[in-house]
Design a protein around this ligand. Structure first.
Ligand code: PHE
Length: 355
């Protein structure tokens, strides 16, 4: 798609694109909605084929953040930043880019709050915060933040998998269940660990051959190739890597009873939610099950919540999913459509009071 088409075709509030001349990176900040509050969303850093691909990613991820906060009833809107970096960016150049990016975030004067995402860490948020404070979430503890969003994201996904199993057959226990995890990155590895602790049998894959080797060496999980993960017979397939993995090519191959994982934008298109439903596969909408990190971090750092209250919000993801599964069954629609309806009904109401 052309960049004109991408920019014209989006229903969000605005897309800001700037060129970071020094590093050759593009900085894309997509604000989808500030209706319920300032736009919040992570900063993704990776290489893209071209600028249009980076903009599409930022926009889709920003939209998903609006839904994430709306379903949870948070006074936040949705946004996302993408730093589309050139190949082989050095450590120093990367750090300088993060500082200039922080200044860009600050120039928005609170319309956009950011945190870590794929390709960035809490330590990176410390650097962004040097110029971008106070609009930077999930810094390290020594940097004044709550230490990152991956642990609460993984906890929320674990809760969500248990709730999804309950939705399938009334039993939330993970003991003896077979779970296929796609992507063993910062969230995936924590999820694998907690699933194993709960007695699940885990089959895993990762795009990195080195990561796959490491997993094989550790011995606790069965490791398969990146393409084979779709064909693994299992109770739950948990996508924890990139988006678009549920599509017309992969869905017919799945041999799971449910899909419940951490990745954002798992469906390539909205009809893929219908395709899953037609196959009788229960789908945990990604913007619901992956919300733990955002809810925990925003709860503590922006809403002044205690750790207990934020942990309760993460645990609540299980009940929210069960509610969505009931609505989908009642309304005879996919769980994706039921979750979107729930978010849209919240967005149609007046802005939530700051909790
Ligand atoms: N990566 C997080 C997500 O997709 C984004 C985030 C992290 C937002 C921390 C706010 C705070 O939900």
């Amino acid at each position: 798609m052309t960049l004109d088409g991408v920019l014209a075709g989006w229903e969000g509030e605005g897309t800001m694109i700037s060129r970071d001349v020094e590093s050759g990176a593009w900085i894309v900040i997509a604000l989808h909605s500030t209706h319920l509050g300032p736009a919040g969303g992570g900063t993704r850093m990776r290489e893209y084929a071209d600028l249009a691909e980076a903009v599409v990613d930022a926009q889709r991820l920003a939209t998903s953040m609006t839904y994430k906060f709306a379903v949870a009833g948070f006074p936040m809107g949705g946004g996302k930043a993408v730093l589309a970096v050139p190949r082989g960016l050095g450590v120093e150049a990367r750090r300088d880019l993060l500082r200039r990016y922080g200044a860009r975030v600050k120039s928005l004067r609170g319309a956009f709050f950011t945190g870590p995402d794929v390709g960035t860490s809490p330590a990176d948020m410390d650097v962004v915060g040097e110029t971008g404070a106070p609009y930077v979430f999930a810094r390290t503890r020594s940097g004044g933040g709550c230490g990152g969003s991956s642990p609460p994201t993984a906890r929320g996904v674990h809760e969500g998998i248990a709730a999804t199993l309950r939705g399938l057959d009334g039993d939330a226990s993970l003991d003896g269940r077979r779970i296929a995890v796609q992507g063993v990155g910062s969230v995936g590895q924590l999820l694998v660990k907690s699933l194993l602790e709960a007695g699940a049998r885990v089959v895993a894959s990762d795009a990195s051959a080195a990561v796959r080797e490491g997993l094989r060496g550790a011995g606790a999980v069965e490791v398969v190739g990146i393409e084979e993960i779709y064909d693994v017979p299992c109770d739950v397939f948990a996508p924890c890597a990139m988006g678009g993995v549920l599509n017309s090519e992969t869905i017919p191959r799945l041999r799971c009873r449910a899909v419940a994982g951490a990745a954002n934008n798992q469906l390539l298109e909205a009809v893929d939610g219908d395709r899953l439903r037609q196959r009788g596969i229960l789908y945990a909408p990604d913007f619901v099950i992956s919300a733990g990190g955002a809810l925990y971090v925003v709860g503590i750092e922006a809403l002044g919540w205690s750790e207990e209250r934020a942990a309760d919000a993460v645990r609540g993801i299980g009940d929210t999913l069960l509610d969505i599964y009931r609505r989908a069954a009642d309304e005879e629609v996919s769980t994706e459509r039921a979750a979107r309806r729930l978010a849209e009904s919240r967005l149609a109401q007046s802005p939530a009071p700051a909790a």
